[in-house]
Write a protein that binds this ligand. Structure first.
Ligand code: PEP
Ligand code: MN
Length: 354
């Protein structure tokens, strides 16, 4: 599976990552223009604002629609920033393009619905606009990739993804769990696709935006989209996760933008060492499995059960403790041994049922 991509060529101060900023919603002309001018003054090049807002329950502010697009146009004319907004239907696309919006993003709720994504893809045919696809609300990488394929299949080549975290029933530290392994796997599967992190919707809290931005950059993501409002506490949506342009500028000024190039000899040497250790690890695992199969034969002979829970708990406890003494998290060791155990049970079952 390949995407046909062209570079996004988005402007950025920071050579290696671009930053999109602006309020969750376009509320009033004055709020939009004030925020945009403050952001432009801090060197921001791309302005976001929601013009149509997908709200969980009816009764919330659902966006002004077309009148707000006029303010976005004004932002572009008066500040020179590019503009970005969320679209969810073919009508949204038609209107957004009519007002010269440069970047369209597909929201998390929309990405989860292949009918809606296909309708959007059909409406995008023949246009050359930049499209960013947010991950679906549920942690389903294939659904996310499916949406990207639909949009790309419509001929959109200036395409990227936005990682905004995944919703869960149990609310923990984050509003939406980052589950970093998913955007990382997306990058592995589609190496040329730019991936942008949305720390505002992941965290739901302004104090967590800075560390999430740094984490995203450290993991090699390509850009950030951050909610910024001239008066965050008075925002009509997502108030708790927005920061002023001034605070955003402070956050960005402290970020470390790392080099993604993989050219140094030192790095090559270290990776070579890792490869050798990985070889040895697999070799050892294979030897361990062989013994497990011998045990399987023995259990079959003696009519014993495959899973002997006392022995299994003993392994998890003992190795968990050993791992933590050596600086490896107990949970990590537990997960590794659970996987190893699962495979040896599978192999022993095969033997017993032969
Ligand atoms: C937004 O960007 O304001 C938004 C509604 O995001 P999401 O689709 O990620 O919830
Ligand atoms: Mn929002």
């Amino acid at each position: 599976m390949e995407l046909q991509l062209q570079p996004l060529n988005l402007p950025s101060d920071q050579e290696r990552a671009f930053i999109i900023a602006g309020p969750c919603s376009a509320e009033k002309e004055e709020q939009v223009m004030t925020t945009a001018k403050q952001l432009a003054g801090k060197g921001c090049h791309i302005f976001r604002a929601g013009v149509w807002k997908p709200r969980t329950k009816p009764g919330g502010f659902e966006g002004h629609g077309e009148p707000a697009l006029l303010w976005m146009k004004q932002v572009k004319e008066e500040t020179g920033m590019l503009t970005a907004t969320e679209v969810a239907t073919p009508e949204h696309i038609e209107l957004a393009l009519k007002y010269g919006i440069d970047i369209l993003w597909i929201g998390a709720r929309t990405t989860a619905n292949p009918f809606a994504v296909q309708a959007i893809a059909d409406a995008l045919k023949g246009t050359d606009v930049t499209v960013l696809v947010k991950n679906p609300v549920n942690p389903d990488l294939e659904l996310w990739i499916g949406a990207l394929l639909r949009i790309n299949g419509a001929g959109i080549q200036k395409l990227g993804a936005i990682h905004r975290g995944f919703s869960s029933y149990e609310k923990k530290l984050y509003r939406n769990e980052p589950m970093w392994q998913i955007p990382i796997e997306l990058k592995r599967r589609l190496p040329h696709l730019p991936v942008v992190c949305d720390p505002s919707h992941i965290s739901g809290r302004r104090d967590l935006i800075a560390p999430l931005c740094q984490q995203a950059l450290d993991l090699g993501l390509d850009g950030l989209i951050v909610e910024s409002h001239c008066d965050p506490d008075k925002a009509w949506s997502d108030a708790s996760q927005q920061v002023t342009p001034e605070v955003l500028d402070f956050i960005v000024s402290r970020l470390i933008f790392r080099d993604k190039a993989e050219h140094s000899d030192k790095l090559k040497d270290l990776r070579h060492e890792i490869d050798e250790l990985d070889d040895a690890l697999i070799e050892l695992l294979a030897r361990r499995m062989k013994i497990c199969r011998n045990i399987g034969e023995y259990k079959k002979d003696k009519g014993l059960t495959v899973v002997q829970t006392r022995r299994y708990s003993e392994i998890l406890d003992k190795r968990g403790a050993q791992g933590s003494l050596l600086g490896i998290g107990r949970e990590c060791i537990k997960n590794i041994f659970e996987n190893i155990h699962e495979e040896s049970v599978r192999q022993q079952m095969e033997i017993i049922n032969k």
